[in-house]
Design a protein around this ligand. Structure first.
Ligand SMILES: *Cc1c(COP(=O)(O)O)cnc(C)c1O
Length: 371
């Protein structure tokens, strides 16, 4: 049996008629930038995330970037980011000419350790960017408390957290502004690049709306030096069809996660640690094992495809050599990069596939323990 890490075409096939109808309607409308498909998705996504405003954008990196600009981040400013995140969180900061200041994660949840944030704040710090990594909410109350005490703004990187809940409320408006990616592999994925911000702050939403459109509110009148970072109407039409199915899809992900958690409880694998106030979107199911690479090989041999999120911590990437951080600077991020393995999880997995992953992991872990 083969278990792919992710079946990207599955959500399209499941909704093929509805998606194709929506795309054809969009194409036949003759309206190819902005318009009612974009507005209608923005309204639906704002409602879903319990936020007052949603602004559709070209992708998740641009959502982070324009959100930081809207928050007033300028060259030379510092922005606090997790030491263990996808590189885009850091790139958005660099794109503003600002400096990413890494803070280590909590060893169990893998999300930013709020107790370490304070020590990294300087006169130049403007924004804190918690990432809801792997789809599990960061502890927003703790992060907002530090931010409030220091007069800082909070941007949430929610690229992996569509549908996740923090203390019962959907991710979408806990911080000042929230950045989303609808990259095809996310829980809510377009058929190309797409992104958005959500916020309860009308002024921030307005700033992002102007920034996404050349810095212009009125045609050929430019208030600021903006960008072209608009959500494509065809993507918006697809996203709107899929959004209605996201809760059910996330429910199926949670069932897979629950089966993994029960099966792997006493295996020596370090499993995702979910605080009782967190309802993850289960974008990824990441476990840790000291012999990660051998475990991956054994699973590959059994037809189980796995990935690593992420194999190189941002501070050790060549892209950030200029910051001068060597190995050992952020040991928790480094040890996660060395020991994490992402098992297949997704709404399209069959019971048999889940059972095959479980049996393969149990056999592999036993084999590694014997060796
Ligand atoms: C996917 C992702 C992004 C970037 O989104 P794109 O749409 O690919 O630009 C940013 N942050 C995190 C945590 C992500 O997983």
């Amino acid at each position: 049996m083969k278990v792919p890490f992710l079946d990207l075409g599955a959500s399209y096939r499941e909704l093929q008629t509805d998606i194709e109808e929506a795309v054809l309607r969009s194409l036949r409308s003759g309206w190819y930038i902005g318009g009612s498909d974009v507005e209608s998705f923005e309204n639906a996504y704002a409602a879903f995330t319990q936020a007052q405003h949603c602004v559709g954008l070209a992708n998740g990196l641009e959502a982070l970037h324009l959100a930081l600009l809207a928050l007033g981040v300028q060259p030379g400013d510092e922005v606090i980011v997790p030491s263990n995140t996808f590189i885009a969180t850091w790139l958005a900061v660099s794109e503003c000419g600002a400096v990413p200041v890494p803070v280590e994660p909590d060893a169990l949840t893998c999300n930013i350790d709020d107790s370490l944030i304070e020590a990294s704040i300087t006169d130049r710090t403007k924004v804190i960017v918690p990432v809801h990594l792997y789809g599990q909410p960061a502890d927003m109350d703790a992060v907002l408390d530090v931010a409030r005490r220091h007069g800082l703004r909070v941007l949430e990187d929610a690229a992996q957290a569509q549908g996740a809940r923090y203390k019962g409320q959907h991710i979408g408006a806990h911080g000042d502004i929230v950045a989303w990616s609808f990259y095809p592999g996310k829980n809510l994925g377009a058929v190309g690049d797409a992104g958005a911000i959500t916020t309860n702050d009308a002024a921030l939403a307005d700033k992002v709306r102007v920034l996404r459109n050349y810095g212009s509110r009125q045609r050929y009148v430019n208030e600021v030096q903006g960008y072209n970072s608009r959500l494509d109407p065809v993507q918006a039409a697809v996203l709107q069809v899929k959004l209605a199915h996201l809760p059910e899809w996330n429910g199926r992900r949670a069932q897979v996660a629950a089966r993994y958690a029960a099966a792997f409880a006493d295996t020596g694998l370090l499993l995702p640690n979910v605080p009782d106030w967190a309802e993850p979107a289960w974008h990824l199911y990441c476990v840790r094992h000291p012999q990660r690479d051998r475990l991956r090989q054994l699973l590959t041999d059994k037809g189980v495809e796995t990935l690593v999120h992420y194999p190189i911590a941002p501070h050790l990437q060549a892209a950030y050599a200029g910051l001068g951080y060597g190995r050992g600077t952020f040991p928790l991020a480094e040890s996660m990069a060395d020991s994490l393995i992402s098992l297949p999880i997704g709404p399209a997995m069959s019971d048999e596939q889940v059972a095959h992953v479980i049996a393969s992991v149990l056999a592999a872990v036993r084999e590694l323990a014997r060796a």
